[in-house]
Ligand binder design. Structure first.
Ligand code: ADP
Length: 630
């Protein structure tokens, strides 16, 4: 062999071997064969039996047949080779007969295929995983190329679109697509789907398709990318029929509940308004008769008043509970100065305590922390618990109002009494609405709503209420609320109204379309010579009177026959001569959002009917003292 021949041979990546068919020993080997099989030199490899290199069982049979005189057909096949070290690796080989210098030899050209085989194995694994995943998913899957030709789909796709096996076996894209169109309820769905898909390019698409069978399918599609190159689209089809039904039922139930709730609230508001208007006259005139001295009827008037106030209280409590139960109660959570609020509540219930001969003890220290709560509602809660502890007490008994920090960030307000107490059994149901317990308690006036309302409010304020009590020894109610971090008591709040006695002569215009209400107002103010009352029964007349008389204060009802109290307010605000005139809204509606709206619009005060005469006079006196010339 020339040096050039040898150099060429050395360049070959193939393993080249010549084998003597009689001895089955290797007689010549290429340098790459020597190196790959791990022999030191060509000499050591030569004389090695080929069956030590080709080591599969089938190879042994093959070479025995060669020794027996069979000659191989030149064909490519796979096999295993063993290195001198014993390590086995896969090869692709071609074995044929050849003649060299009149000597018949067997030639082998082999190529190591380890990496290729590993890659093929991996490909097989991935393909089988993909197929298994494709078939086990609950969604139908369709894969197309860029021209819309179907590349693949799973069985679920065929069953969602009810494609028969006979049709599938025809392998025609057109037949499959036609079948899909025929099953669509609306052709427009199909057109829109095709439109989305053809214009989507590299974006995802989402469509809802209604089928004639009543099913609804959700179809999503996304591009299939190979190295940033789009090669097709993958579609998934999900059956959302059940989900859609459940959702529709849920929405219908929610709508029904909301409309029932609205109807209930509307009814309650309407009833409240209807009840308050006559009650305003009953309580108002009874107060007037009482002030005049009812003589022999004093006890009867007192009964009328007590009944009237009780009825009003009942209406208010039922409405509050209904509002909080329907989630309609709006809370205005802010930092509340507890010591200040406690002092205010104690002052408020002092007359009741004197009546029942109960001693009040305010143990809330001046510097205690503020709580996070709605101040108006917290006042209502404390007043309810304090009045209970007085009402359900004994003559000469005690009530203690206290507070302490239960854990960082939480404040417990306690209302403890030395009263009649509540049995364990009754304690379990006392916070349910309309529940009055104990035999002794029934002799006291009450509605059984206060505690239910108080607990609902406490929970809305991220707090709670608890109770410990012993029959004959007394009860302790505790309201726990979030504390405001690092707070101390703030300066005293604004003082209440000026005394009616400090009133100065002032003109008051009262606009109300209800004659009984005008008569009542006239009866009240007649006793106060410092006030001159102007009356109007329509909005228009009221505005005209205001322009002519320039009153110091205008009090208006919300619903006047010809316009609303807001229209009157706007007319007054728009008139440069009257714009500064203070105005009160006096309405039978107690809805918080109406109160807020009135104050927001510019009313100085919002008073509700029936009203407490001293409260009304105090509000008027405040204005009178403001408007008094200096
Ligand atoms: P009301 O006092 O208007 O009846 P509440 O809801 O405030 O309604 O109270 C429910 C019931 O719980 C009362 O009727 C009374 O039987 C009982 N109760 C409440 N507070 C006390 C108390 N401090 N001591 C004894 N019984 C009480």
């Amino acid at each position: 062999m020339t040096t050039l021949d040898q150099a060429l041979l050395a360049l070959s990546y193939e393993l080249l071997l010549l084998v003597d068919p009689a001895s089955l020993c290797v007689v010549a080997a290429s340098p790459n064969a020597v190196r790959t099989l791990g022999y030191e030199s060509g000499e050591t490899l030569c004389q090695t039996p080929i069956t030590e290199i080709e080591c599969a069982l089938s190879d042994l049979f093959f070479w025995e047949e060669i020794r027996a005189g069979e000659r191989p057909q030149a064909a490519t096949m796979e096999g295993l080779y063993r290195r001198l070290s014993g390590e086995v690796f896969p090869v692709e080989k071609c074995i044929s007969s050849t003649t060299v210098d009149d000597r018949e030899l067997i030639s082998i050209r082999a190529r190591v295929i380890a990496e290729e085989k590993a890659a093929n194995d991996e490909l097989d694994r991935t393909t089988s995983l993909l197929r298994a995943t494709l078939e086990s998913t609950a969604d139908g899957i369709l894969v197309t190329d860029l021209d819309g030709h179907i590349i693949n789909f799973n069985r679920r796709f065929a069953s969602l679109w009810s494609l028969p096996d006979a049709l599938i076996s025809k392998g025609s894209d057109t037949l499959i697509y036609h079948s899909m169109v025929r099953r669509m309820r609306y052709r427009s769905d199909w057109r829109q789907w095709i439109d989305h898909v053809t214009h989507a390019r590299e974006q995802e698409t989402f469509d809802t398709l209604s089928l004639r069978t009543g099913k609804t399918l959700e179809c999503r599609s996304r591009p299939q990318m190979v190295r940033d190159q789009m090669i097709g689209r993958v579609y998934t089809f999900a059956d959302i029929t059940d989900r859609l039904h459940a959702q529709q039922e849920l929405e219908a139930a929610r709508d029904a509940a909301e409309s029932a709730n609205r109807a209930k609230t509307d009814f309650l508001n309407h009833m409240s308004h209807e009840l308050r208007t006559p009650l305003n006259a009953i309580i108002g005139f009874a107060q007037l008769i009482q002030q005049d001295g009812a003589g022999e009827h004093a006890d009867n008037v007192d009964l009328i008043l007590r009944g009237g106030w009780h009825l009003l209280n009942l209406i208010n409590e039922v409405l509050d509970l209904a509002r909080v139960e329907s989630g309609k109660m709006e809370l205005h959570i802010e930092s509340v100065n507890l010591p200040e609020l406690a002092a205010d509540c104690i002052a408020f219930v002092r007359p009741l305590a004197e009546k029942y001969e109960v001693h009040l003890h305010n143990d809330i220290p001046a510097g205690s922390a503020h709580v996070k709560a709605d101040p108006l509602r917290l006042r209502q809660m404390l007043l309810n618990l304090l009045s209970n502890s007085i009402k359900y007490n004994r003559k000469g008994g005690d009530v203690w109002l206290g507070s302490h920090c239960t854990e960082p960030g939480r404040i417990s307000i306690s209302i403890r009494d030395s009263g009649i107490g509540i049995s364990d059994e009754d304690q379990a149901r006392i916070f349910e609405g309309f529940t009055r317990v104990g035999s002794k308690q029934h002799s006291v006036e009450g509605t059984g709503i206060g505690l239910a309302f108080t607990r609902k409010l406490a929970r809305l304020m991220e707090g709670d209420i608890s109770l410990s009590s012993r029959i004959g020894e007394g009860s302790c109610f505790r309201i726990e609320l979030p504390a405001v971090a690092g707070t101390h008591s703030a300066p005293a709040g604004q003082g209440t109204s000026a005394s009616p006695h400090s009133s100065h002569h002032c003109n008051i215009l009262y606009i109300d379309d209800e004659p009984m209400n005008r008569k009542l107002m006239a009866g009240i103010l007649r006793r106060h010579p410092g006030y001159r009352l102007l009356l109007a029964d329509t909005g228009e007349e009221g505005i005209a009177t205001a322009r002519a008389q320039k009153p110091d204060l205008i009090i208006t009802d919300l619903n006047l026959g010809d316009m609303s109290g807001y229209d009157v307010l706007n007319a007054i605000l728009a008139d440069p001569d009257l714009a500064g005139t203070p105005m009160f809204m006096l309405s039978a509606s107690t809805l918080q959002h109406e109160v807020d709206a009135a104050i927001e619009a510019g009313f100085r005060r919002y008073l509700t009917k029936p009203f407490n005469i001293p409260e009304l006079l105090s509000a008027i006196a405040e204005i009178a003292s403001d408007t008094r010339p200096t």
